[in-house]
Design a protein around this ligand. Structure first.
Ligand code: PLP
Length: 372
């Protein structure tokens, strides 16, 4: 069921803008906890929203561990007094020094990072040791996406042993992200997850027999976290992100995610009626993620039977037989296909409660550098 996203009074709301529906975000967070089984088994990714206030809503529900993709997001989390932060992105170049500065700035936060290669591990170790700080390092295990990571096996074990030997580092466990497991049929997805995890668990057993600790496994994204939750692996944590705000891309593709509801919507206005069948909105690809193909970047909610025929930086042109119903200034609402990059395009989101804008939340970590 699509909830009503209509504002009671949109007259003072700028367009294009991003609206966050607080009660829907809270419902998505509750559903995420239900699926994971407990807050201890969850480590939500914050790249989807990058906001302090949504971290706060999750912490109010007892979530204490989070995952992120940038140093700015890690800093935001530490600044929100999150005690346990995983920066799930390989650190190279000056980011090793930044990580050390972050650990120095927030000594009360336990940071972990991921790695898959000996050279950056050495650089990170040197940076941490220079500042007298420590960070856990999780081995990024490639289970088939081939984006980052190393396949489970003897070379991977060697790198993990390096974490234990290096000053300023400690072995932090195994990180598995399986963004390739997007099978629409849930049974196929589950079979792929179960198969992919076998060599990872064998490697964990080998490491533990060698006396090298594997304190946690961080597993999956939104499409697979219910499968990992069912596996109930000891020391396993699920790391979905998108479902906190949810979007039309995942919603349309995965029927089993029906319990999550889009909680972020774009407000746009008609700016022109250039032909009898055309309506132009102020919703270009500087306001909505353009990684989906043109014409498939959003769903307009209160526009019947339309086709998106052109999108420029600040314009969205549609054709519809109902064009005559629309006049410049009319408001429409759209669900983005991919919410995560969409959030990062807006400095603020309007917060909506009971159909009324009650405030604005800053998308703080859309910037790549905050303090360190
Ligand atoms: C490493 C990592 N973990 C977790 C996630 C969250 O996955 P999802 O967007 O499916 O919730 C992502 C998403 O890109 C990711 O890259």
């Amino acid at each position: 069921m699509t909830p009503s996203y209509e504002l009671k009074d949109p007259t003072q709301v700028l367009s294009p803008s991003l609206l966050f529906y607080k009660d829907l975000i809270q419902a998505n967070l509750r559903r995420m906890i239900d699926i994971a089984g407990s807050v201890e088994r969850l480590r939500p990714h914050i790249k989807t929203h990058k906001t302090r206030e949504i971290v706060g809503l999750a912490m109010d529900m007892g979530i204490r561990k989070f995952k992120c993709a940038t140093i700015a997001e890690a800093e935001l989390l530490a600044d929100c007094h999150v005690p346990d932060v995983l920066l799930a992105y390989p650190l190279v170049g000056p980011n090793c020094e930044r990580m050390a500065r972050l650990a120095q700035t927030y000594p009360e936060c336990r940071f972990a990072v991921i790695a898959d290669h000996p050279a950056p591990v050495q650089a990170l170790s040197a940076a941490m040791a220079r500042t007298g700080t420590q960070v856990s390092v999780m081995l990024d295990v490639d289970v088939g996406q081939h984006r980052t990571g190393i396949v489970a096996g003897p070379p991977a074990i060697k790198i993990y042993e390096q974490f234990a030997r290096s000053p300023g580092l400690a072995p932090g466990g195994l990180h598995i992200y399986d963004g390739h497991n997007h099978q629409e049929n849930v049974a196929d997805r589950e079979a792929a997850v179960r198969q992919g995890i076998v060599p990872v668990l064998e490697m964990r057993d080998t490491l533990e027999k060698m006396g090298v600790p594997v304190p946690r496994l961080v597993l999956g994204g939104t499409p697979t976290f219910s499968v990992f939750a069912k596996l109930a692996l000891p020391k396993g944590e699920c790391s979905p992100g998108t479902c906190v705000l949810h979007d039309d891309g995942y919603g349309r593709r995965f029927a089993d995610l029906a319990g999550f509801v889009p909680a972020a919507v774009l407000l746009t206005r008609v700016i022109s009626r250039p032909t009898p069948r055309r309506v132009t909105f102020d919703l270009g690809y500087k306001a909505v993620a353009s990684d989906p193909p043109a014409g498939k970047r959003l769903i307009l909610l209160n526009v019947p039977e339309y086709e998106a025929v052109l999108q420029n930086e600040e314009h969205l042109v549609i054709e519809t037989p109902a064009a005559e119903r629309f006049q410049p200034g009319d408001v429409a609402y759209a669900i983005p296909t991919h919410i995560c990059p969409t959030s990062a395009m807006h400095r603020h989101a309007y917060v909506v409660e009971n159909g009324t804008v009650t405030g604005q939340w800053e998308i703080v970590a859309r910037d790549r550098v905050l303090g360190v």
